[in-house]
Design a protein around this ligand. Structure first.
Ligand code: BGP
Length: 469
């Protein structure tokens, strides 16, 4: 009995505007928080954009989107995840009128996708906030951002209501508790940010996200609007009961965001967390009503799992996608130290489906690696990325198991389906794509695209709807 992926499964790949578009100041786009973060999440921010910031040009998707979408179509993509750069539409974030050239760019991209029968999956805010909102309001700390975000979503939902069906509100919304600048445009340095201010800012984002669901369904009842969390399941480091409780607590720090999106209210366990951390969420009249606008599906990124322990001695965070964890002695790691755990994906799929009974969507999964461009026997430039094929194959085998376990999964978009600039370190050398882009961290390169070995592998996976992995 071979386990099958459902008919109509949405195979594809994912990108983010700030990591691929480039054209950082073209056609009226305003500066975003990413344009002054040349070294990624961990690095310092600069006064003005600096030329060592690889995102200013990215992989020039802004000018090459037709060529890239054609390559995605050649692989047989059913869907393509991209984000809209808020500061292309509202350069300062609090502008009254949108920037027509910004709107036109995404019209062109959606029309190109439609030509190839590829369904857009659009992230409304993916780790870039208009820089003016950070500078003049301190980002989501200020409740006024709800109004600016409302103006932004009304504009794009109305403009693209017949071109886009699938929407995600905030990328990895739970990462803001770890990276408030990158995720929520908060300029106040992390170490100076009180938990009160941080969770109040999160409240503003959560209200804005639910408001987007409400507005989206009013504009087009066919819209499918999802939330997006950074999915990193926590395992107890030992079977010691206190480690098990620690893992539950750490899971809740992430699931709290999906709980609100999926159930429409704050979970009771957060009352204890708020009390113990002297946090009092200021609710405005109507907030609780707005939060009741729950999402149509839950999406998440998955790269790794983490371990949790109550033993302060062992509590040393390892490497990982933003929310790291204690290294798991049973797992190997990637070149960037991210532990590789395909079964963890089956685990979190079941955990989320058991918890919410809502359709799920894996919108990021992939292996960042240093790829070597070679010339094959036919004189074509390519990369023998068997390590990436094996990573994705191992994870898809577990996805198939989860579907057999009963999980309702709409689709799977690999992260970085084309090489692009990494978020955590702003490196091009950390490559994820099925397509190699000839650009390097010293700014050199022709920006030419080359198909890797994994390009043909994924094409076969899609052609056979996952029969051949
Ligand atoms: C996630 C982001 C993506 C992407 C991914 C890979 O947190 O949503 O934008 O960057 O991580 O991480 P990195 O690019 O740091 O390797």
């Amino acid at each position: 009995m071979s386990i099958k992926f459902p008919k109509g499964f949405l195979w594809g790949g994912a990108t983010a505007a700030n990591q691929c578009e480039g054209a950082y100041n073209e056609d009226g786009k305003g500066l975003s928080t990413q344009d002054i973060a040349p070294k990624g999440i961990k690095g310092p921010i600069t006064k003005e954009p600096t030329e060592d910031n690889m995102k200013l040009i990215g992989i020039d998707f802004y000018h090459r989107y037709k060529e890239d979408i054609k390559l995605f179509a050649e692989m047989g993509f059913k869907t393509f995840r991209l984000s809209i750069a808020w500061s292309r539409i509202f350069p300062n974030g609090d502008d009254k009128e949108p920037n027509e050239k910004g709107l036109q760019f995404y019209d062109n991209v959606f029309d190109e996708l439609a030509k190839h029968g590829i369904e857009p999956l659009v992230t409304i805010s993916h780790y870039e906030t208009p820089l003016s909102l950070a500078k003049n309001y301190d980002g989501w700390i200020n409740r006024k951002l709800i109004g600016f975000f409302e103006n932004y979503v009304r504009t794009i939902f109305t403009r693209y209501k017949d071109k886009v069906k699938y929407w995600l509100t905030f990328n990895e919304i739970n990462s803001a508790t770890h990276e408030p600048y990158m995720s929520a445009g908060i300029l106040t340095p992390k170490e100076k940010l009180s938990k009160q201010d941080l969770y109040q800012a999160m409240h503003h984002e959560l209200v804005a996200s639910a408001l987007a669901v409400k507005i989206g369904h009013e504009i087009n009842p066919e819209f499918k609007i999802g939330c997006m969390i950074l999915g990193v399941p926590n395992y107890p480091l030992t079977p010691k009961p206190s480690d098990v409780l620690k893992a539950m607590e750490q899971d809740r720090q992430n699931l709290f965001f999906a709980d609100i999106h999926a159930r429409g209210q704050y979970p009771r366990y957060m009352n204890r967390f708020f009390k113990e951390n002297n946090i009092e969420i200021k609710m405005e009249p109507g907030d609780e009503e707005i939060l009741k606008n729950t999402v149509d599906f839950i999406s998440f990124s998955y790269y790794m799992s983490a371990c949790a322990t109550s033993d302060p001695e062992k509590n040393k965070k390892g490497e990982g996608n933003i929310i790291g964890g204690i290294p798991n002695p049973y797992l190997k790691a990637s070149g960037w130290g991210w532990q590789i755990d395909p079964e963890g994906l089956r685990y979190i799929l079941n955990l989320l489906y058991d918890r919410y009974q809502k359709p799920l969507f894996i919108v990021e999964n992939g292996l960042g690696a240093v790829d070597e461009l070679i010339t094959d026997e036919n004189g074509n430039k390519t990369v023998n990325d068997d390590y990436r094929i094996n990573y994705l194959k191992d994870h898809l085998i577990q996805v198939r198991e989860a579907i057999e376990d009963g999980v309702e999964l709409w689709g799977y978009t690999t992260w970085g389906c084309i090489d692009l600039v990494s978020a955590s370190t702003a490196e091009l050398k950390k490559r994820y794509g099925f397509i190699y882009v000839d650009r390097h961290d010293d700014g050199s390169g022709t920006l030419e695209r080359y198909k890797k070995k994994s390009f043909y592998w994924y094409k076969k996976v899609i052609e056979t709807n996952g029969e051949e992995l």
